[in-house]
Design a protein around this ligand. Structure first.
Ligand code: ADP
Ligand code: ZN
Length: 216
């Protein structure tokens, strides 16, 4: 059984590593962002309550998020462990989490700012079918054109370099206390995610968990 928290700036690839870790370790990937989006889509009471925060791109109040996570972690599939992604986002949430369960490690995925900006600002999406490309890493067959449906690819507004830099700065400032919290407890494991191979990054994380006897 292993209870993990995943930390890392926007654009580092955290969601991708979370899915791969979940598959390899056989424990659920719990993303608070996914939970909220799903509730909004289904129009549940919780969804109605959090919609305005999501639309504005601001944090949902701690009291709501903490309750959602507490309920989710009490479900059967979490008995063998879990991977939390997108939570905790504040020091308050980190402390609340500690009152619910014992956390075994916080995996902190890092990459130099230039690498993240390059990854995010090279991203192009198809407005019609949602396909995702990267001008260098995953180029479409014909530049600027979707392989699947032939539409003209676009760049998301918040993927533009100026905006990415601001998102990174905001992340740094708000998450520093959370990162220091896990560091001071000896639970922080930094994983260098600057190389472009997802599998290698995930294997590095798993090796480090084994080396510390957190998993066998
Ligand atoms: P993003 O990287 O765009 O913030 P997420 O999927 O992590 O994407 O979260 C989407 C939205 O869900 C956030 O903008 C916020 O409103 C809400 N949210 C998710 N996790 C949390 C959390 N731990 N605390 C507060 N709000 C959260
Ligand atoms: Zn398309």
């Amino acid at each position: 059984m292993v209870n993990l928290v995943l930390l890392g700036p926007p654009g580092v690839g955290k969601g991708t590593y979370a899915k791969e870790l979940s598959r390899r370790l056989g424990i659920p990937h719990i993303s608070t962002g996914d939970i909220f989006r799903e509730e909004v889509k289904k129009g549940t009471p919780l969804g109605l309550k959090v919609k305005e925060y999501l639309d504005r791109g601001v944090l949902v109040p701690d009291s709501i998020v903490n309750e959602v996570v507490k309920q989710r972690l009490s479900m059967d599939d979490c008995r063998r462990g879990f991977i939390l992604d997108g939570y905790p986002r504040t020091l308050n949430q980190a402390k609340a989490l500690d009152s619910m369960v014992r956390i075994d490690a916080a995996l902190y995925f890092t990459a130099p700012k230039e690498v993240i900006i390059e990854r995010v600002s090279g991203r192009r999406i198809c407005p019609k079918c949602g396909a995702i490309y990267h001008v260098k890493n995953i180029p479409p067959k014909k530049p600027g054109i979707c392989d699947i449906c032939g539409s003209k690819l676009i760049q998301r507004e918040d993927d533009k370099p100026e905006v990415v830099e601001r998102r990174l700065r905001v992340y740094e400032e708000t998450m520093r206390p959370v990162i220091e919290y896990y560091r001071s407890k000896g639970l922080l494991i930094e994983v260098d995610a600057s190389e472009p191979v997802v599998e290698r990054i995930v294997l590095k994380a798993i090796e480090e968990l084994k080396r510390r006897n957190i998993i066998s």
